[in-house]
Design a protein around this ligand. Structure first.
Ligand code: TPP
Length: 538
């Protein structure tokens, strides 16, 4: 007679078959029955707080282009992870987020650590939330969670699992399924779009974050070069989908209704691929489009299609659409590509003492950063200088939060480095982080140190929540308290978590310490005293 499998056994077998052998977590008593006898071929990545656990898993999933598995501690742990979960949902990151639940035996008694209404808690920031009705359903619920997370538009899912389920007998081995991860566009509609693009006199191309996520980097270049149109990215980009040093690249669109309207003046057709129409932030009123401008949007996300205030949409994989459209459109032979914009060329950096300007810092980083390094950016008041000096030139190499919640960048950098290691990619991760943003999930740097990850954290120590001072001006709200950050010793904090750490006193020491960090066997935090600079918003 064959041995009866437990739910624990059947689930781990399934996870192994799905290639989900890394668990990001922070354990508690409600998770230990899942984590017991943790198999040797699985890896447990411990994060010291759940906001970090979830954002590390997000970075890991994004670079691997596969789901990541997260294990949280019942309601309290899920609560800590919620801010990061919003970012994962908005980035369409496939995550299987699990949380332990009190035993079914006492469910009705609302015992200590019980997760009341467990499936309601993470809503609406998950595609699916489920607590299996029976222990026997746990393995199949994981299979379903995988399918929901991976089917477009991808995103996080949530499973709450009572702690007494794991030792119960399973129904047998879980059924392994494979489903489609890409949705082909409707052929007739694509032909209509191709026709409208061919008839455009002065088109503008917007390539949003979904293009890079869908593996459409090369297809985007081929399409843009055939179209001979300027290429913009989404404002506040979480991924960059087009080489910013390309002659057609124009950087991100503005982030206000009025600003976008200005930028689109004179174009008769905006082709928005893998992008929200449009990503706005501060409210500066205006018309959505200039007179005579039309919009065609292509996305695999019905929500992005639904919320567009103008334009016609087509649902489908953006990579597939780009690959097909390039052969379907006609471009007048007489059309000439617009002149390239000029970005400053990195020259010798002037020796300058701290506090440095953001231009100084990014100029130095540009000269010392390896070309293939990934950049994670969460330095909110210096985004313009980052774009100017450190353009993204490779696929899968720029990352920022799409939710607007800070505290994502530090742990995401850790997850990206872990994901690179796991997929056999040997590159550095450079994380440029504001001194305020650094504090929200700071404990993630401990995980980076424990795993000796090749990350250079550059902390901009301007002593303020500087971007909020710009907002105070824009919104005419003088006298807001709580915008200064005196007395923070980030170097000591980093050492306390076991990292190499240094504070630099100028451009020369920044370059020297950056190079030393690249040679180090593990992560380094470089604190750079910087001048507070009010960015222009709009
Ligand atoms: C979780 C979360 N809490 C609060 C905010 C509001 N907020 C936006 S930017 C910012 C300050 C960022 O300061 P810092 O990282 O030092 O960058 P700086 O603007 O100084 O360049 C804050 C607190 C937020 N975006 N997310």
């Amino acid at each position: 007679m064959s041995e009866i499998k437990t739910v624990h056994h059947a689930t781990y077998d399934l996870l192994r078959s799905l290639g989900l052998t890394t668990v990001f977590g922070n354990p508690g008593s409600t998770e230990q029955s899942f984590l017991r006898d943790f198999p040797d071929d699985f890896t447990y990545v411990l994060g010291l707080q759940e906001a970090s656990v979830l954002a590390m898993a997000d970075g890991f999933a994004q670079v691997r282009n596969k789901p990541a598995l997260v294990n949280l501690h019942t309601a309290a742990g899920t609560g800590n992870a919620m801010g990061s979960l919003v970012a994962s949902y908005k980035a369409n990151t496939p995550l299987i987020v699990t949380a332990g639940q009190q035993t079914r035996e006492m469910a009705l008694l609302d015992p200590y650590l019980n997760n009341r209404e467990a499936t309601m808690f993470p809503q609406p920031w998950v595609k699916w939330a489920y607590e299996p009705a029976r222990a026997e359903d746990v393995p199949a619920a994981f299979m379903q969670a995988y399918v929901v997370a991976m089917q477009p538009p991808r995103g996080p899912v949530f499973l709450s699992i009572p702690l007494d389920d794991w030792d119960k007998p399973a129904l047998g081995s879980a059924v392994l399924r494979d489903v489609s991860g890409r949705i082909a566009p409707d052929a007739d509609r694509l032909a209509t779009f191709a026709d409208r693009i061919s008839r455009a006199k002065r088109p503008l191309l917007l390539l949003g974050p979904e293009v890079d996520r869908d593996g459409g980097w090369e297809a985007g270049i081929a399409f843009a070069e055939k179209l001979k149109a300027p290429v913009y990215g989404s404002s506040l980009p979480d991924r960059i989908s087009f080489p910013e040093n390309h002659p057609l690249a124009r950087g991100p669109l503005p982030m206000t209704i009025a600003g976008v309207n200005d930028a689109l003046q004179g174009y008769d057709l905006v082709i928005a691929i893998g992008a929200q129409v449009f990503r706005y932030y501060p409210f500066v009123a205006g018309d959505f489009l200039p007179e005579g401008t039309e919009v065609l949007q292509i996305t695999s996300d019905p929500h992005l299609s639904a919320i567009a205030p103008v334009g016609d949409s087509l649902i489908g994989s953006v990579r597939t659409c780009l690959e097909r459209l390039v052969d379907m459109i006609d471009v007048p032979a007489a059309r000439t590509a617009p002149a390239p914009r000029t970005l400053p060329e990195p020259t010798g950096v002037e020796p300058t003492s701290a506090p440095l300007t953001a231009d100084d810092v990014y100029h130095v980083i540009r000269t010392v950063k390896p070309d293939d390094a990934a950049l994670v950016n969460e330095s909110t008041s210096t985004m313009a200088q980052q774009l100017t000096w450190c353009p993204t030139t490779h696929s899968n190499s720029y990352f920022a939060t799409p939710s607007g919640g800070i505290g994502w960048g530090v742990p995401a950098a850790v997850g990206i480095a872990l994901g690179d290691r796991e997929r056999g990619v040997d590159r550095h991760v450079v994380a440029t982080i504001g001194d305020g943003s650094f504090q929200y999930s700071i404990q993630a740097i401990w995980t980076a140190a424990q795993h000796k990850l090749p990350i250079v954290f550059v902390a901009f120590r301007n002593g303020a929540y500087e971007i909020l001072k710009s907002f105070a001006e824009l919104e005419k709200t003088p006298g807001v308290p709580g915008l200064d950050l005196p007395g923070l010793d980030i170097e000591s904090l980093a050492r306390g978590f076991g990292l190499r750490a240094v504070t630099v006193d100028g451009t020369e020491s920044l370059a020297k310490e950056f190079n030393a960090a690249l040679e180090a066997d593990g992560p380094t935090v470089i604190v750079v005293p910087t001048k507070p600079e009010l960015p222009v918003l709009g």
